[in-house]
Write a protein of this length. Sequence first.
Length: 200
Amino acid sequence: MTADAFVKPVPLRLNGLVLEPLALTHEEGLREAAADGMLWQVRVTSVPEPDDTRAYIETALAMREAGNRLAFAVIEEATGTVLGCTSYHDIVPALKRAEIGWTWYRKSVQRTHVNTSCKLLMMGHAFDTLGCAVVGWRTDNFNFASQRAIERLGARKDGVIRHHAVRRDGTVRDTVMYSMMASEWPEAKAQLLYLLERYK
């Protein structure tokens, strides 16, 4: 089975949000989302600089064509406002494995229901629709906010890959790896639904 057959580019909807497969039509909205908080200045994230937004999308589309990433624009359904971006990546159909990452949101919607809703959508789609056996995450060893957010999902820390990837400033990061097995999903889902109640 190919990655494209395993993870099809379909929109996902929940709590007033829609995850649309990323396209060039999202360029202006994505640029505005990154500008909210000047997120590209954070060295431990993958947020594009304004002038690099089109190239960022084109890279994501090339990775989709290669079968190893499916990126989504996160959109507020009522207004059409692009809130950020998230992806399935490192997709391995033979193992029924996918990772969730390349995730960022405009500063004004951080610490709201947006991330929890998106993770519930993506994890639910991965486990319940795609039949994934495992879902993974990875983050910079200095991105402590991301590590806390992943751990709140119920993911388990697998370990650290040392000297693993180049940051945007040219330094080399260690990568912290996490995963969740399908058997752990029901409890994690219940916790995510509980967390979402706090935003009502």
